[in-house]
Design a protein. Structure first.
Length: 118
């Protein structure tokens, strides 16, 4: 089972980026998914979460700017980040509860760097 994040990069303040996170593996079923981020010198924090039924929660700092979504058929989650601010600069990680061989385990993706700077 693998969780692969992609889509980070450099954006200007007010710009946008879209992150993707794909789960792969034989016979898997993906439950809750979420995006986290960790800025230099800070603890990892939750950015947005989405359940298998589509229930969503956002951190107050990204409400109205970020949109989390998922495509269950592709076992893929997305994070559309608009109106980016320098304080959004961080390594973004995806996280998911994945059922495989009748067991549920929590997985982390490898992280993707998002830098917001002019």
């Amino acid at each position: 089972v693998q969780l692969q994040a992609s889509g980070g990069g450099l954006a200007q303040p007010g710009g946008f980026l879209r992150l993707s996170c794909a789960a792969s593996g034989s016979g898997i079923s993906v439950s809750n998914m979420g995006w986290y981020r960790q800025a230099p010198g800070k603890q990892r924090e939750s950015v947005a979460e989405i359940t298998s039924l589509g229930r969503i929660n956002y951190a107050d700092s990204v409400k109205g700017r970020f949109t989390i979504s998922r495509d269950n058929a592709k076992n893929t989650m997305y994070l559309q980040m608009n109106s980016l601010k320098p304080e959004d600069t961080a390594v973004y990680y995806c996280n998911a509860d994945i059922v495989s061989s009748w067991a549920v385990r929590n997985y982390w993706g490898q992280g993707t760097q998002v830098t917001v700077s002019s």
